[in-house]
Design a protein around this ligand. Structure first.
Ligand code: SF4
Length: 308
């Protein structure tokens, strides 16, 4: 039996930081011509990367792969100061697509370390954003990945301690980690406003209101997209089966057995058209949208590509 209803979580799909990062590569290609090198995936989505590649973007893992003097775009996830130094040394034409909300966390890391604090960075080891933030004050930053690590982390001075977070974590899990840290270190200081960004929070809140009402949740996003994976985990914590799909081709027919209502969302790096394609493939269905927030945030382009 096919599903008869799709309940769309809103907001979903692209956030302002992802739109800006893609815009930056598109402007660079138009203004400077191909190739434009991009360090790491510009955003964590296979479709976005493939599309930009087809238009002349060349994705590299390290700056050593970029010819001297060429244009290179830093991804939305940000880079460590060491990468900036290396780019200057190689005389690269750098365009920085770091999301302004990631830059905020970098600024906090520098400020907290400069006042003599040890910084507890809550996030996932190996994620590009975490690597970049850690690089701001590596000798003063300790990564805390989960509640267990929060319970055991050793710090040089419990009275000179701050925490920061990756922008794309699960809000509820992060609250739990911070609570454990505050319990152990009552003088722990934090950022003035949340580091988990508005887009992550909004997508999680929207899905939490949908997940409990449906038989199955599908999250459009790539496996290396932190905020997309967090959405799948959140849905599963409500007791609803949930799957991450890069696109409609990933849907296994047996997932739909006995399913009458499908909850559908997309991570902040997943293009909206992929959601439309999933709806079309499930059809004919009644499509309802459950909106919990309206987003109007837009970030300006960097001067390097801003049209005059
Ligand atoms: Fe910026 Fe948040 Fe989007 Fe990441 S998910 S690019 S931090 S707005």
């Amino acid at each position: 039996m096919a599903p008869h209803t799709v309940l769309l979580a809103a907001p979903r799909s692209f956030c302002a930081g992802v739109e800006r990062a893609i815009d930056i590569v598109e402007h660079a290609l138009r203004q400077r011509g191909r190739p434009v090198y991009v360090r790491k995936q510009i955003v964590h989505n296979a479709h976005v990367v493939a599309d930009l590649e087809s238009r002349g973007a060349v994705f590299v893992d390290e700056l050593a792969e970029v010819p001297p003097g060429a244009t290179v775009v830093f991804s939305a996830h940000g880079v460590s100061p060491a990468v900036r130094t290396e780019a200057t040394r190689r005389e690269l034409d750098v365009i920085d697509a770091t999301c302004p909300l990631v830059t905020k966390v970098h600024n906090e890391a520098r400020r907290f370390a400069a006042r003599g604090d040890t910084v507890l960075l809550i996030g996932h080891a190996g994620h590009e954003e975490v690597d970049g933030t850690l690089g701001e004050a590596p000798e003063r930053t300790i990564l805390v990945e989960d509640v267990d690590q929060a319970r055991t982390v050793a710090v040089p001075d419990p009275d000179r301690l701050s925490y920061l977070t990756q922008t794309t974590l699960a809000a509820d899990e992060t609250e739990e980690i911070v609570a454990v840290l505050r319990d152990r270190f009552p003088n722990l200081r934090g950022p003035a406003s949340d580091d988990i960004c508005y887009a992550t929070t909004n997508r999680q809140h929207a899905l939490s209101t949908v997940a409990a009402e449906v038989d199955l949740v599908l999250v459009v996003g790539s496996a290396n997209s932190s905020n997309s994976v967090r959405l799948v985990e959140l849905a599963r914590r409500t007791g609803t089966p949930a799957h991450l799909i890069d696109d409609v081709g990933d849907i296994e027919p047996e997932w739909l057995d006995g399913v009458r209502t499908v909850g559908l969302t997309a991570g902040a790096s997943a293009p909206p058209r992929l959601v439309d394609e999933v709806v079309a493939a499930l059809g004919p269905v009644t499509v309802l949208e459950h909106r919990t927030a309206t987003e109007s945030i837009r970030f300006t382009l960097p001067a390097a590509v801003r049209p005059s």
